[in-house]
Each structure stands twice: as structure tokens, then as C-alpha cells.
Design a protein around this ligand. Structure first.
Ligand SMILES: NC(=O)c1ccc[n+]([C@@H]2O[C@H](COP(=O)([O-])OP(=O)(O)OC[C@H]3O[C@@H](n4cnc5c(N)ncnc54)[C@H](O)[C@@H]3O)[C@@H](O)[C@H]2O)c1
Ligand SMILES: CC(C)CCC[C@@H](C)[C@H]1CC[C@H]2[C@@H]3[C@H](O)C=C4C[C@@H](O)CC[C@]4(C)[C@H]3CC[C@]12C
Length: 385
């Protein structure tokens, strides 16, 4: 059975997911993305339902009636709504068998206020849980983040860790704090009685840094490199390693969980799973060069020219400027004390929990993921930054 499912990721990419089906579900579909501003309001959710058999496979989806796309045996209906509005969420969730809650405000650059981040990520998640309870939906999959674990404010490395690795998860930044609170709410809701008397089964997926088609920050680095005459300047030592995961594999993991949660409720209910694949461990910048290198950029080693204390000073200056300029304009550069700390702290995951619990294997090999991402960067070439 071929299924095409669309999921929201940074900068509105659409990830194709193939081979196995999901019977019904509810996901966030791209509506805003990073470029769309950071208000976090009025976005989309989408419903996946089994399309009538006679429709047959479709080569990319045709609009049936407004907001509905038939993709193979799956029909995706887009319903625009705002997760902070409980009644809109309940209306979208009603009748769904599985809910995949990926909607969130991803902001580590200070574009949105902490209040808005909490409203979308925490209150929005409460609304999704309550909607499941009220409407009798029994299965809920939450897109959490590696950031609920770390890196922590002490900058402790998390090296080849798994879901059971002890780590002091202490945060101050609104984004990881909100994701951690939301994840806790979802896991605590496991076992709650839903309308009709059955129990809710929940679990959370924790992607590491997602890359792939539509990755806005990759696009920003690419355009910056072009502006600098084909060069990017290394800021972080190559020895600081990060785990990254391809968007299509993140999507695939969500589909598998949605499929398997009912059959394996006792094992999977209340569990967390890191999202992982075969992407190599590398520093953030070296990893990006896997795609930007073949597109003509090179990474110039300037470690001696730009020492860490200078980067920290620049990051602090950026934060100060952001605060000073806020009444006049939004100044939100990539470099701030938080992003510098994340970029400069090793966070690598080594686990097979998803494979053990629900048979996950990456759908896209590292080679496929790399090729697809390079092709996308090449297509971005020449487009306006
Ligand atoms: N990008 C990453 O590296 C990464 C890593 C780990 C986890 N995540 C998580 O994955 C999920 C998707 O993130 P992304 O990177 O694709 O970001 P994204 O900004 O591309 O997608 C977020 C989606 O949420 C929707 N949304 C925002 N506010 C909403 C609201 N009030 N109501 C309804 N929908 C709303 C947006 O329209 C967008 O489609 C988020 O929950 C994020 O925390 C992302
Ligand atoms: C120091 C500068 C030269 C480089 C700045 C890079 C910085 C913007 C990058 C580095 C690491 C990135 C984060 C990491 O990949 C994981 C996540 C988790 C996810 O839930 C949200 C996005 C986030 C925080 C990435 C944001 C961009 C970061 C900080």
C-alpha cells in the first residue's frame, strides 16, 4: 500500500512517506513555517483518512473538494485552526482515531514572546489532550524535541545517550521549557478515560535537529555563504558533535507510531522515543557542509580568529540589541547566547528503542537523505533569501 502523508517541518517542507498506511489521524500541516512570522496563531491541522479504494494511487495528490487531497489510498483534509482555541481543536479532532500533534511554535531566536510560546506549545497541547478526552479519541502521538532533555544550561555534553541516560535536564529558555511541560502533560494523560470509557494511550517522539527539504536555517546559511563569496566561517569546534535526523524519517516514525499504538498500547503507552536515523554525528556546521559543500560553499577555519569569548560577546550584544530595538523593530539574528550554547554543546543520541518497540527502520538511508537535501539546496540556488 502506498501512502503519501504530509507533515509540518521547518519552513514548510512536505515529506513523502511511503509503503505502509495509517488508518486515520490528525496532524499539523504546514501553514506558517518559520518564514510566516512568529505569532503562532491561526494555523492548520490536517486529517488523514482512508480514501475510497477506487481512487487508486495518485501521483502527488489532486484536490478533491477544497482542502482535501487524495494521495494514494489516503485522503488528507486540511482544516485551518488555532491550537490555542479549544473549540477549534475539538472540532478538528472529533471522530479521529489517532491524533498526531506536531503543531508548535519553534522559536529560539526571540521572535515571539515567551507568553506566546507557552500559549501555543503548552496551552495548545492541553487543548489537544482535552479534545481527545471529550471526543473519545484514544491515541495521541506528540512531537516533542531533544530539547526537553538538553543541552542543559550547564552545557553538559550528552554523548551517544538514549532515552534512559541520566542527564540533568534544566532549562531557562521558553522554547525547551514549553516543550518539556507539554511533553509531561501528554505522558501524564496516558491512561486517562476518554469519552466512551476507554483509556487514552499517548507517547512522545523527540526529534534531534531536523534537516531536509525546506530547512529554513540551511537556506539562510546557504544565502549567507553566497553573499560571502562562497565561504562560511567556522565558529564552533569540529569536535562538538550533534545528532541530526532527516525530515522524511521523522515523518515515517510518526506514521509507524500512529499505526502501532493500538496493537502495542501496553508497551508504548506513556513512552518517549528519540527520532534517529543513519545520519552521521558531526558538528552542526560540518553537517550542514554535507549539503552546502556540493552546492559550491566551503567552510573556512577561523577558530583562531574568532575565539569563543568573542562569539559569546557578540551573542550577548545581539541579545542586548534585540531588547533595545524591540519597541522599534524585530532584530532576531541566528546568534544569541542560547543558540551559541546549543551549537557549542555535544548532543548525540544512540538508541534502538523505536526499533525494539515498534519495528522502526529509517525509510530513507543517509545517502537518500543527503541526495534529496542537496537537490533541494540546488533548487533554492538563485531564489531570493
Ligand atoms: N525543526 C526541528 O529541528 C525540530 C526538532 C525537534 C522537534 N521539533 C518539533 O517539531 C514540530 C514541528 O516543528 P517544525 O520545525 O516543523 O516547525 P514549523 O514552524 O515548520 O512547523 C510548526 C507548525 O505548527 C503550526 N502552528 C504554529 N502555531 C500554531 C497554532 N497556534 N495553531 C495551529 N498550528 C500552529 C505552523 O503553522 C507550522 O505548520 C514542533 O512541535 C517542534 O517543536 C522540531
Ligand atoms: C553559533 C552559530 C555560528 C551557529 C548557530 C547555529 C544555531 C542557530 C543552531 C545550532 C543547533 C540548532 C538547534 C538544534 O539543531 C536542535 C533544535 C531542536 C528543535 O526542537 C528546535 C530547533 C533547534 C533548537 C535548533 C535551532 C538552531 C540551532 C540552535
Amino acid at each position: 500500500m502506498a501512502v503519501e502523508c504530509r507533515v509540518a517541518t521547518r519552513g514548510r517542507p512536505m515529506a513523502r512517506v511511503g509503503d505502509r498506511g495509517v488508518e486515520a489521524g490528525l496532524v499539523s500541516v504546514p501553514g506558517m513555517g518559520q518564514e510566516g512570522g512568529a505569532s503562532g496563531r491561526g494555523r492548520c491541522v490536517g486529517r488523514l483518512t482512508q480514501a475510497p479504494r477506487e481512487e487508486g494511487p495518485s501521483s502527488g495528490g489532486q484536490f478533491g473538494h477544497p482542502g482535501t487531497v487524495a494521495a494514494g489510498p489516503v485522503q488528507v483534509t486540511a482544516i485551518q485552526g488555532d491550537v490555542t482555541q479549544a473549540h477549534e481543536v475539538a472540532a478538528a479532532v472529533a471522530g479521529a482515531h489517532v491524533v498526531i500533534h506536531t503543531a508548535g511554535l519553534v522559536d529560539v531566536f526571540g521572535r515571539a514572546s515567551p507568553e506566546t510560546i507557552y500559549e501555543v506549545n503548552v496551552q495548545g497541547t492541553k487543548n489537544v489532550i482535552e479534545a481527545c478526552v471529550q471526543t473519545g479519541t484514544r491515541f495521541l502521538v506528540y512531537t516533542s524535541s531533544m530539547e526537553v532533555v538538553g543541552p542543559n544550561i550547564k552545557g553538559h555534553p550528552f554523548y551517544r545517550g538514549n532515552e534512559d541516560t541520566p542527564y540533568e535536564a534544566i532549562h531557562r529558555h521558553p522554547y525547551p521549557c514549553s516543550k518539556a511541560q507539554a511533553e509531561r502533560l501528554v505522558l501524564e494523560a496516558n491512561g486517562r478515560k476518554v469519552h466512551g470509557g476507554l483509556s487514552l494511550v499517548t507517547c512522545a517522539l523527540r526529534p534531534t535537529g531536523i534537516y531536509g527539504e525546506g530547512h529554513q536555517i540551511m537556506r539562510d546559511f546557504y544565502h549567507q555563504g553566497l553573499r560571502l563569496g562562497g565561504r562560511l566561517f567556522r565558529a564552533i569546534p569540529a569536535s562538538v558533535e550533534h545528532s541530526r535526523v532527516y525530515v522524511g524519517n521523522v515523518a515515517w516514525m510518526h506514521v509507524l507510531v500512529a499505526q502501532e499504538l493500538e496493537q502495542r498500547a501496553a508497551l508504548m503507552g506513556g513512552q518517549v522515543y528519540f527520532c534517529y536515523d543513519e545520519s552521521p554525528y558531526k558538528s552542526y556546521e560540518d553537517f550542514n557542509m554535507e549539503f552546502l559543500g556540493p552546492c559550491g560553499l566551503r567552510l573556512v577555519d577561523t577558530r583562531l580568529l574568532v575565539p569563543y569569548w568573542l562569539l559569546m560577546l557578540l551573542a550577548t550584544l545581539n541579545a542586548l540589541l534585540q531588547w533595545l530595538l524591540r519597541p522599534l523593530l524585530l532584530y532576531a539574528p541566528l546568534l544569541n547566547p542560547y543558540t551559541l550554547a546549543v551549537a557549542n554543546t555535544t548532543f548525540t543520541v544512540s538508541t534502538n528503542k523505536a526499533q525494539r518497540h515498534f519495528g522502526y527502520k529509517p525509510l530513507f538511508s543517509w545517502e537518500d537523505s543527503r541526495t534529496r537535501t542537496i537537490r533541494w539546496v540546488q533548487a533554492v540556488e538563485g531564489s531570493a533569501p
